[in-house]
Design a protein around this ligand. Structure first.
Ligand SMILES: *[C@@H]1O[C@H](CO)[C@@H](O)[C@H](O)[C@H]1NC(C)=O
Ligand SMILES: *[C@@H]1O[C@H](CO)[C@@H](O)[C@H](O)[C@H]1NC(C)=O
Ligand SMILES: *[C@@H]1O[C@H](CO)[C@@H](O)[C@H](O)[C@H]1NC(C)=O
Ligand SMILES: *[C@@H]1O[C@H](CO)[C@@H](O)[C@H](O)[C@H]1NC(C)=O
Length: 203
């Protein structure tokens, strides 16, 4: 009886959580801070808030001598990614950079990023993110490069970027920071000052 209900429970769980496979084109590239071996995701992904999707499988031909443990960067662009995909850290254990550009991310929070304590670069250029909660990067203090340019940010916690030593912060063209207010050459401290003035909501 116990066995049967356990089986049913497992079946139910697998039904509820959709498995997603990614197909990687593995490449070598110079990023902003390092040289890395990365996975450029080739297949169309649908990661939507209506399903609870886990990335469980990965396909693709590795370069000689490389494996998923050597992958330090994941690159996802022009995909239907509405929520931050789960399970990535189980496949790629050594990620230092995550890029999701031209996606449809509506939100991202501390839970999504907690699994990546080694992260140095996060590029979420051109998505639909509206809010950055105060403690979003509490587990990612090694970040030096963050790019949220071309999102829909209207609210940013006052202390979001406080504990980090950022060399680049892109917030160009968002709801609370306009195109002209923050261009790509503006210094990190100038941008943080703009956040305090324009994006911190009074509660
Ligand atoms: C991949 O990682 C393994 C284990 O860390 C390492 O021995 C190997 O040299 C790496 N491969 C390349 C091509 O750097
Ligand atoms: C940032 O830099 C300061 C001064 O160099 C250092 O004390 C601090 O530990 C650094 N913080 C992080 C999170 O690396
Ligand atoms: C970008 O900002 C810098 C510093 O505020 C300014 O000197 C420069 O003219 C701006 N560039 C553009 C293209 O607006
Ligand atoms: C942000 O990232 C995009 C894509 O990598 C890049 O084109 C852009 O120059 C970066 N910086 C800013 C401030 O948008």
């Amino acid at each position: 009886m116990v066995k049967i209900s356990l089986l049913l429970f497992v079946l139910l769980l697998t039904k509820m959580t959709e498995s997603i496979e990614i197909y990687c084109n593995y490449k070598n590239e110079d990023t902003h801070t390092s040289y890395s071996y990365y996975c450029d995701v080739q297949n169309q992904l649908n990661v939507m808030s209506t399903n609870s999707a886990n990335i469980n499988f990965v396909r693709g031909d590795h370069d000689f001598g490389q494996s998923n443990d050597n992958v330090t960067c994941l690159h996802v662009s022009y995909k239907n990614v509405q929520i931050f995909p789960k399970g990535i850290q189980k496949i790629f254990k050594n990620l230092k950079r995550i890029d999701i550009y031209y996606g449809r991310l509506k939100e991202i929070n501390q839970d999504d990023l907690k699994a990546f304590p080694q992260l140095i670069e996060l590029d979420l250029y051109n998505n639909d993110i509206q809010v950055l909660e105060d403690k979003i990067f509490a587990y990612n203090l090694r970040l030096t490069y963050i790019n949220f340019s071309y999102n829909k940010l209207v609210q940013i916690g006052e202390n979001v970027f406080k504990m980090m030593n950022l060399t680049f912060l892109g917030l160009f063209s968002n709801g609370c920071i306009s195109k002209t207010a923050s261009n790509s050459t503006k210094a990190v401290l100038d941008i943080i000052a703009l956040i305090k003035i324009n994006c911190v909501s009074e509660m």
